[in-house]
Design a protein. Structure first.
Length: 364
């Protein structure tokens, strides 16, 4: 039994079956809820209005959830402001208002360890050369004003032997940088970027010979992408088309193109696709699916809003969040890839501006 959350995040993330994981998870999520209840006045008020007390927890199904966009509208802290070391802002979506997440040292350390643990399981232990489909400017922000893109890229750099950003300040391909990268063509390489930006660059450079020739000489690169399409939904393409586009340009196979589901509001936790296209939930997280109208929990195999639950956040009560993303739990412990625990599929972002029943949670 992992005695602390910090010990929990060090366990191999997909090594425990669902029932064994549940024992660990319930201990730590219960302790986390109690901590936030006692240290965040607004969260405590919300729980009271929901007639919930930490002693009432029976299962993850009765843990109150906050709408994920609450962090666009108010600041929620469970630690003194003096302990905050980093502030991360999400990309503004249709509301044009970003989520703002305040991190203390404990939360930031947990996030680094959990991300490291999850991705090592998918891309291996060996450090690689990273090609970042973004520009250097995205990384050049201080800890008090870090964008979600910048934070995601920084998170990836723990896996990098060397990294190169290949876009200029206008998010256009920098051909000069590409031409200077030929020395990495025979080494293990990972390409990382946000889905919409990768698609944009590939679409703009279909006839760019320097670009195509460079990647044609890299053998079996891994492509990691995250972030979906946000405000660019009108330009979005489906996963099959995206993978085809990437495999042709980057000279790799579909099973080396890994789509990761995640969010700024629970940094450090990503849900990557295995080679069978299933997203896997690590032992320090769990998900539920809720009906978009009633918000009742859906059985496996039924679609609804994705609720993400994790004890990792310490500085803010982002432990149980209802997203406006639509997904479906496919099963537990029996994915052909061999990973244990819950696995699911992300389907799309909801077209509902404010999921029914979530509005009252702002009255805290």
């Amino acid at each position: 039994m992992a005695e602390t959350i910090d010990e929990l995040v060090k366990i191999k993330p997909f090594s425990l079956g669902f029932e064994e994981k549940r024992i660990h998870f319930m201990k730590h999520i219960s302790e986390s809820i109690k901590f936030h209840y006692e240290n965040c006045h607004d969260y405590q008020n919300y729980c009271k209005k929901k007639n919930f007390h930490p002693d009432d927890i029976v299962d993850i199904s009765n843990i109150p959830f906050l709408p994920v966009d609450i962090f666009k509208k108010m600041t929620l802290l469970s630690v003194p402001e003096s302990e905050i070391i980093k502030i991360v802002k999400s990309s503004a979506t249709t509301s044009n208002i970003p989520s703002t997440i305040h991190l203390d040292k404990k939360t930031a350390n947990r996030q680094i360890i959990s991300l490291n643990s999850i991705l090592r399981d998918f891309i291996g232990e060996e450090k690689m050369n990273f090609i970042i489909i973004d520009n250097k400017k995205t990384l050049e922000t201080n800890n008090q004003n870090l964008s979600s893109r910048g934070s995601a890229i920084r998170g990836m750099l723990i896996f990098a032997k060397k990294f190169t950003c290949i876009l200029d300040e206008n998010l256009k391909l920098d051909s000069k940088v590409i031409s200077e990268l030929e020395n990495i063509q025979n080494s293990k390489t990972c390409i990382f970027g946000f889905s919409w930006l990768i698609h944009k660059i590939l679409s703009e450079n279909k006839n760019n010979k320097i670009f195509k020739n460079f990647f044609s000489k890299i053998s079996q690169s891994t492509v990691l992408h995250i972030g979906g399409w946000k405000k660019l939904s009108d330009l979005s393409i489906d996963k099959q088309q995206f993978n085809k586009e990437c495999s042709e340009f980057f000279n790799t196979n579909d099973d080396k193109i890994i789509d990761m589901y995640g969010m700024t509001e629970q940094l450090g936790i990503v849900y990557p696709d295995c080679k069978y296209g299933n997203k896997h939930v690590p032992i320090f997280s769990e998900i539920l699916i809720r009906d978009p109208n009633s918000l009742e929990i859906q059985p496996d195999g039924q679609s609804g809003f994705i609720q993400v639950i994790s004890p990792i956040p310490n500085s803010y009560p982002g432990i149980s969040l209802l997203t406006d993303d639509i997904g479906e739990i496919l099963g537990r412990d029996d994915c052909p890839c061999g990973r244990k625990g819950t696995y699911f599929v992300f389907k799309k972002r909801s077209e509902m501006a404010d999921p029914k029943g979530c509005g009252d949670t702002l009255d805290i």
